[in-house]
Write a protein that binds this ligand. Structure first.
Ligand SMILES: [Zn+2]
Length: 128
């Protein structure tokens, strides 16, 4: 009498219903994963994520990279770090008011306003 029940173990196939399939992104930096179910209204990408040479980076890691790049030049720490954060946020969402950017970068609105003007003058930021 056979004791093995191998047939019961056959892999259950993931059913694809309709045109939508579950979407999933994994960040190469911190390995955080964002999932959307098949029924969910999945966006083209999670908020703030970007693809770099075929690999996804989450918003958090992109921030870290922007800051690291700015501070790797060997300047002072905190000031350039804060500046890099503001610049990153301004470029990511140029239409957000200064107050929102300030909150994200944890600095004053005056600082954001100043940097926004500087970036615009340097042609690094499109006028809203
Ligand atoms: Zn990440």
């Amino acid at each position: 009498m056979p004791t093995s029940t191998k047939h019961a173990n056959t892999r259950t196939r993931t059913r694809t219903r309709g045109t939508r399939s579950p979407r999933r992104w994994t960040c190469v930096g911190c390995e955080v994963t964002v999932r959307y179910g098949a029924d969910a209204d999945a966006p083209a990408r999670p908020e703030g994520w970007a693809k770099r040479s075929g690999r996804w980076l989450c918003l958090h890691c992109r921030r870290e990279q922007a800051v690291e790049k700015a501070t790797a030049k060997g300047d002072d720490g905190w000031a350039s770090r804060r500046q890099a954060l503001v610049e990153f946020e301004l470029r990511r969402s140029p239409n957000e008011p200064d107050g929102v950017i300030a909150k994200r970068a944890n600095c004053s609105t005056g600082h954001v306003r100043k940097l926004r003007m500087q970036l615009r003058e340097a042609g690094k930021l499109k006028a809203a």
